[in-house]
Design a binder for this molecule. Structure first.
Ligand code: TMP
Ligand code: ASP
Length: 253
């Protein structure tokens, strides 16, 4: 069998050519990195969990009319997605101060923000994903004003959706990052949520205990990352069907 063509390899995922034009296969690796890959490890089962969790969130978004690149999950580690022209921005929405905003502005972690705050970072590993403003984005042509209006609207809808889902299972959505891509349909262009939505790209705090259930467990050496992600998956009811309801999921590669 011919080897499929690798289109792109990132820190946590690989994109392969899809079965039909305009599609890609997104493969979730077990690699975990932080601080622009200065810290790295392999967390057995992380890719399987993130594949499931991202499927769950993207399907939910599609169902409420927030367009995403997600088509369907193929197997334990892969999903079929629409090929998009990715906008080179990391779009962060924050509800509670934590991480870089706490450092940058001296706001204690855990302080509720007066309203959701949307920030942009230029996706460039060599530069360490620097924060940018709408001025930079428009001046350098990464996106236009109309795109930015649409991106903010998308990001806030994702925030409301994810916040609600998480609060329903006793988890506070502190902040998250999305990426947005363009899909062309003839002469028409649509912006869709792309990449992944998983505990790799969110901050999730247990409402009662404040326990971290996201990649900060790895960034800050707080415990077992797979256990934290398994807990999120378990609460949301998205563990693989053959998995026990407690403890680690049964992982099939
Ligand atoms: P920050 O507080 O480090 O700026 O992170 C804000 C949110 O964005 C947090 O939920 C983690 C997520 N994030 C990513 O998904 N990728 C990244 O490279 C960084 C720095 C943060
Ligand atoms: N994703 C980034 C990295 O791999 C940073 C992070 O998530 O903390 O280094």
């Amino acid at each position: 069998m011919a080897r499929r063509k690798k289109i792109y390899e990132g820190k946590a995922k690989i994109l392969y050519e899809g079965p039909e034009p305009g599609t890609l296969v997104q493969y979730f690796k077990d690699d975990a990195t932080a601080f622009n890959a200065e810290k790295r490890d392999v967390i057995e089962g992380k890719g399987v969990l993130n594949n499931r969790l991202s499927e769950f969130f993207m399907t939910g978004l599609n169902n409420i009319g927030v367009p995403t690149h997600f088509i369907k999950r193929i197997n334990m580690r892969e999903q079929l997605v629409r090929a998009v022209e990715i906008i080179p921005l990391e779009i962060v929405v924050r509800n509670v101060a934590a991480g870089s905003i706490s450092k940058r502005l001296g706001i204690a972690e855990g302080t509720p923000l007066p309203r959701p705050i949307v920030e942009y970072y230029f996706k460039d590993d060599a530069l360490g994903d620097p924060m940018v403003t709408e001025e930079h984005i428009i001046a350098f042509g990464w996106a236009g004003q109309q795109d930015l209006d649409d991106i903010v609207a998308l990001a806030l809808r994702v925030n409301d959706f994810l916040s609600g889902i998480m609060m329903g299972v006793g988890i506070k959505l502190v902040d998250f990052k999305i990426e947005v891509g363009r899909i062309w349909e003839g002469d028409f262009m649509r912006l869709v949520v792309a990449d992944e939505i998983s505990p790799d790209s969110c901050r999730l705090w247990d409402v009662n205990t404040g326990a971290h259930l996201d990649k900060d467990v790895f960034r800050r050496d707080l415990g077992d990352l797979a256990d934290a992600y398994t807990e999120v998956a378990r609460r949301l009811g998205v563990l693989p069907t053959n998995a026990p309801q407690s403890g680690k999921p049964t992982l099939i590669n």
